[in-house]
Unconditional design. Structure first.
Length: 494
């Protein structure tokens, strides 16, 4: 690739980053080091924001922040030296500041956001700051509609297991490392990169792993084509001489790959013939898959994914391919792969009460629901599977209503509370509700019921669930509280 072409690509990245800085009169320059810099984080208790706070502090920055509630993440950040306020107020901003960072959940009427603009501070989105941090490393970005958190956490854990003290920020807690982020001595920085709000365009990775693309976030994107175009733009902004790791079975990603720059290497993975990295001789043992790993026709050895479900074989292949692209030795990758036990809210076993296994899962898209229910059936072989599904966003429910109606076939009974409200307009709320979804489910032959209120749902389950059954709470909202309340009713089995 010519020097002019590289400079042109640089300009594209710089131009698209500019829209992330609020035009408040402040200036924000690229960081040449974080030591001594002062940042205030609005929404510091969120998973991504708390992870960012830890990384900033470990790099010597002075951090303050606020959150609406005093959650565990905010408390942990405070215990590590940050000044954390409960509730949002303009006076929370410290006198000396280099930038105010805000999460995607923060709205323009937030008093700290308004105060920062009035003071002429630089006001920066979370994604922009993450991009700035990753510019100091060889960035490794994990992208896609499904599987980002699991894959980025799995890769981060594996790398640390094989001696690569990697830096990482993922969108969920990794219990084995007791954090959602980490700062190490490695030149690599692994991050989950989300396509919502085109946030991932702030990241210019050396290695990008593309898992899949489906219609989602249709409150922001016009249609699936617009999502694909955003991924094309993301790929165009990769670092010079980088590597693109791609799921070769995804039709939308095939469209993206056609726009890969000549200086970027493309490596494919999947279960279909012709992939650079693939799995062979799959066997199912106690609900998890064992398989041989083949790289460009060479059989490297046998391994397995401790996480259940065929979708996690694909996630495992993504991890393997990305790690090999980072020059990690194949035998070390295959040996370390099964040690990963998963992340919070992904088929998490909450407990076993009265012979009933209680799980919690983050799935909130039809494809994720189907994959998770299938994995639960394979792993636990329940007498009956009760799914308590909280739809996430009225807009997502309305746009994907028919897909949702088909996705619960493997559940014996699906219990649906009201839709979790986030980022929706009043107009959208009037267009669909939980009863509409239940009617579609029953119309497709699934047994489903609408129950308002978590306590009422818990009472419904207590009256009907029997030993040998599995109960899974599912959704991106606060439906996990039902699992906790159900367990508290009985206490855990000894």
């Amino acid at each position: 690739m010519s020097r002019n072409s590289v400079q042109s690509a640089d300009k594209v990245v710089q131009a698209r980053r500019q829209f992330e800085v609020v035009n408040s009169g402040g200036t924000y320059s690229s960081m040449k080091g974080m030591k001594g810099k002062r940042f205030h984080l609005i929404g510091i208790g969120g998973v991504g924001m708390s992870a960012l706070a830890r990384v900033l502090m470990t790099n010597g920055a002075v951090v303050s922040g606020s959150d609406q509630y005093e959650g565990a993440a905010a408390q942990a950040i405070a215990s590590q030296g940050a000044t954390v306020y409960v509730g949002h107020a303009g006076e929370n901003l410290p006198d000396l500041l280099d930038a105010v960072v805000y999460s995607a959940a923060v709205k323009p009427d937030n008093p700290e956001f308004i105060a920062a603009q009035a003071r002429g501070c630089a006001v920066v989105k979370y994604a922009r700051m993450l991009g700035e941090l990753m510019d100091h490393y060889k960035g490794v970005a994990i992208c896609g509609t499904h599987g980002k958190s699991t894959t980025s956490a799995w890769l981060s854990y594996l790398l640390r297991q094989v001696g690569e003290d990697v830096n990482f920020v993922v969108g969920a807690k990794l219990p084995q490392l007791q954090a959602s982020s980490g700062v190490g001595t490695s030149e690599f920085f692994v991050a989950e990169a989300c396509e919502y709000d085109r946030s991932f365009l702030n990241i210019r990775p050396k290695i990008a792993c593309l898992l899949n693309i489906e219609a989602d976030h249709l409150d922001y994107y016009k249609d699936e084509t617009e999502i694909v175009n955003a991924f094309i733009e993301f790929v165009s902004g990769m670092a010079h001489g980088g590597t693109l790791v791609v799921n070769a079975q995804d039709e939308n990603l095939k469209r993206v790959v056609r726009h890969c720059r000549p200086d970027v290497a493309c490596v494919t993975y999947g279960l279909a013939p012709g992939c650079d990295v693939t799995a062979d001789c799959l066997t199912l043992d106690l609900g998890v898959y064992h398989f041989d790993v083949i790289v460009r026709g060479e059989r490297l050895g046998r391994t397995h994914a401790t996480l259940p479900g065929l979708h996690n074989v694909m996630n495992a292949l993504a991890v393997i391919t990305t790690a090999l692209s980072m020059d990690v030795k194949a035998e070390a990758v295959l040996a370390a792969l099964p040690a990963f036990e998963g992340i919070d809210r992904r088929m998490m076993v909450k407990g076993c009460v009265k012979g009933v296994t209680v799980l919690d899962d983050y799935a909130h898209h039809p494809t994720e629901i189907r994959a998770t229910l299938s994995a639960i059936q394979e792993r636990f072989q329940p007498r009956r599977l009760w799914c308590v599904f909280q739809p996430h966003q009225y807009s997502r429910t309305r746009f994907l209503l028919d897909d949702f109606a088909e996705s619960f076939k493997l559940a014996h009974v699906t219990v649906v509370p009201e839709i979790y409200f986030v980022r929706d307009s009043e107009e959208t709320k009037q267009a669909v509700n939980a009863q509409v979804l239940v009617d579609r489910l029953t119309g497709q032959g699934s047994e489903a019921v609408f129950i308002q209120g978590f306590t009422a749902i818990c009472e419904y389950l207590v009256a009907r669930v029997e030993p040998g059954d599995v109960v899974v709470t599912m959704g991106a909202g606060d439906i996990w509280k039902v699992a906790d309340e159900y367990i508290q009713r009985f206490g855990r089995d000894s």
